[in-house]
Each structure stands twice: as C-alpha cells, then as structure tokens.
Design a protein around this ligand. Structure first.
Ligand SMILES: *[C@@H]1O[C@H](CO)[C@@H](O)[C@H](O)[C@H]1NC(C)=O
Ligand SMILES: *[C@@H]1O[C@H](CO)[C@@H](O)[C@H](O)[C@H]1NC(C)=O
Ligand SMILES: *[C@@H]1O[C@H](CO)[C@@H](O)[C@H](O)[C@H]1NC(C)=O
Length: 227
C-alpha cells in the first residue's frame, strides 16, 4: 500500500515535470526512453566482440531515488546461429555486428514509467547487446580463418559486467539479472558465476523468461566450427 502511494506520487510528479517540459530539462520525461549505445572502450583488446569482430556494447540508464542502490542487468533474446553459414548471415544484422547500432528503446521492466514498471523504473537499468549468436556463452580465442567469425559471447558478458561493477554495481544492494529466450538461457547459465562477482550485494536474483530449451539438435552443430 505504502509503495503504491509512493509510486502514484512518483507518477504524478513526473507527469507534472513533463508538463512543465519547456521550463525544465527533459531528464526522465520519456516513459519509454531512447537509450544510446555505449561501446566498451577495451572491447577489442579484451576480445569482447560480436560475431564479425566489431566491439560489443550495452545501453545504460542511471538509477535514482529509491532505486539508486539497485541494478537490473538485462540479456535480450534473438535465437542462435547453428552453422557457419547461419552465423555469417547473422553478421549482416544487428544480431551479429555492432555496425549501425545507435540506440534502443527501453520498455517493459526496463521502462521508466512507475505505473507500468513500479518495481524497476528507477533502478540502474542495463541492456547488454546480443551479437554473438550463442546466448552469451562462447569464449574461443581462435578466429575462424575462412569466415572471420568470432565466438566470444562469454567475454562480452564478462566485459560488460566488469564495466558495470566499476560504474558502481559492486556496491549495489539488490541486483536482478534477467533475460528472455536466448538471453533467458544465458541468465540461467551465468547466474551462479554472476552472483560470485557481487559478494557484497545483499540480494541477487536471476529471472529467466522463456529460457529453457530442449534442443538436442544444437549440440551436434557446436563441432562444426572445428576450431
Ligand atoms: C544520443 O546520440 C545522439 C546521436 O549521436 C545524440 O545526438 C544525442 O545527444 C545522444 N543522447 C544522449 C542522451 O547522449
Ligand atoms: C549499415 O547501414 C548502411 C546504410 O544504411 C547499409 O548500407 C549497410 O548495409 C548497413 N550495414 C549493416 C551491417 O547493417
Ligand atoms: C566488499 O566490501 C568490502 C568492505 O567494504 C570491500 O573491502 C570489498 O572490496 C568489497 N568486495 C567487492 C568484490 O566489491
């Protein structure tokens, strides 16, 4: 009850601020804000790169108020590529390259509307771009000489998490690692290791939305790369 009163107050406050937009800054005015990409400074030297070798990136919005000590880290979906040809095709899209990537729109649990997203709207909210085609898991040093494919999703995850830790997540009280589909699987697979990276947080939870697949077929294709 107390919380919903607080939330409603936040909503009206925000609406009022937005109504006075000519007199104020536009900070927090958009409920589904457009968030620019940030590419990792050291992405290439750390090998945290997309399938085509371009730098990995993430989107971030700073938390405030009651959310100032809380972090949401989101891993989006986007299926897998299971063969060389499939992965090469993927490098022509944002699922496999960061070329042409500029921004994304935050909605749902990443959104800034306290009525629609009362639990997380003011948390630090990060969206890690999914451009490795394998649920943020691979960590293969060798690059395929024939196709220039890089299999580095695990390094992308780790490099972005290290960046977030340095940005303040190491002092977080509550952290939610969440993801859907291919990102939901990544959430399950990374959950325990992620927890170990934030020993000082009092609560860390992992939320996998549609992330468990019975896909025995895929395991055969892991060997096709033969690296
Ligand atoms: C996002 O990027 C665009 C294009 O580069 C730029 O004009 C804008 O100022 C950026 N917005 C923020 C909040 O940094
Ligand atoms: C990037 O954008 C340019 C201009 O729209 C387009 O020609 C090119 O195919 C795009 N490249 C990728 C990898 O999306
Ligand atoms: C946890 O907190 C202690 C005490 O403030 C600090 O010394 C330590 O570096 C922190 N650990 C991490 C991994 O942030």
């Amino acid at each position: 009850m107390e919380k919903s009163i607080q939330t409603t107050a936040d909503y009206w406050t925000k609406l009022l601020i937005c109504a006075l937009v000519l007199l104020t800054t536009q900070v927090h005015c958009h409920f589904n804000p457009k968030i620019n990409v940030t590419f990792l400074d050291n992405a290439v030297s750390r090998g945290a790169v997309c399938l085509d070798g371009t730098p990995a990136g993430y989107h971030y919005e700073k938390g405030y108020g009651t959310g100032a000590d809380n972090w949401l880290v989101y891993l989006p979906g986007g299926a897998w590529c299971n063969t060389k040809a499939d992965c090469v095709a993927r490098t022509k899209t944002v699922g496999g390259t960061s070329i042409n990537v500029t921004h994304t729109w935050y909605g749902g649990i990443l959104g800034a509307n306290p009525i629609v997203n009362p639990d997380f709207y003011n948390w630090h909210r990060t969206f890690i771009r999914y451009c490795d085609g394998a649920s943020f898991m691979a960590d293969v040093e060798a690059v395929d000489p024939e196709t220039n494919l890089h299999l580095r999703g695990g390094r992308i995850f780790r490099a972005v998490v290290d960046t977030l830790l340095a940005k303040g997540m190491k002092n977080a009280k509550n952290i939610l690692l969440a993801g859907n589909s291919a990102g939901g699987l990544a959430t399950i697979l990374h959950c325990d290791r992620f927890r170990a990276l934030v020993p000082n947080a009092s609560r860390v939870k992992c939320l996998s939305d549609s992330g468990f697949f019975l896909h025995a077929y895929a395991s055969r294709h892991l060997f096709e790369f033969d690296l």
